[in-house]
Design a protein around this ligand. Sequence first.
Ligand code: UDP
Length: 250
Amino acid sequence: MKQQYIKGIPFCSLEYKQVVHILKDWLSEKNEKPRFIVTANPEIVMSAKETASESVHFKNILLSADIITADGIGIILGSKILNGQLKERVTGADLTYDLIEYCNQNSYRVFLFGAAPENNEKAIKNLKINYPHAIFQGQHGFIGKEQIEEVKDQIKQFQPHLLLVGLGSPKQEMFIYDNLQELNVPLSIGIGGMIDIISGNVKRAPKVMRDTGTEWLYRLVTQPKRIKRQLVLPKFLLSVIADRVRKTAN
Ligand code: UDP
């Protein structure tokens, strides 16, 4: 698979349609092996770049993924700075809807783990209405450590084809990594706040903003608390520019 490294993270450089094609194949190969997809934004890249042991562990988790996609305009800009080949975003949000649609066409089972209880319930309710042929089960994400085993049992019994984990990073990637073999789900993806969006309680940016790469601005205006998190973007770009300068100097 074509890849481009940005700050040590190997991004898949295929176009969106090609990635969806591969993921659909993986979903169908029920007994092949469990696969793990990461949709990474600059925040994820930056939290895997430090030398502290948690960062190193997180980076190893990312490197174990079957595909890492460019989730966000920041990664595409980073690729441009490095003269790389990443052309378009392959976001968790778009993948979530396309894969659920595919599960609907094939009457597959989909498990949603994460978000506040009312959002998880409402998301499941909406999905059941909009994708009547797929089979959904949900579990909210505000549980204690002692309940993790119960959630795992729930997932194992349900035997989903697709596991969507919306606990935020790095929690969601850690959960998938730690339990990948045991849960043995064909395809697992960390989807951040998507369950809130599916529930209808949080709105996604208008299409024009998504298409122009300004979704981050919408999120900033509607959720000003994110300012601290979004400051990672300029830090990420500066850090990539520094890499580029070093590369040119060598
Ligand atoms: N969340 C959760 N359990 C937790 C912490 C967070 O289920 O212990 C959920 C939270 O309710 C939200 C999602 O994880 O639905 C994280 O959303 P965020 O906006 O941080 O993710 P992003 O889309 O930015 O990756």
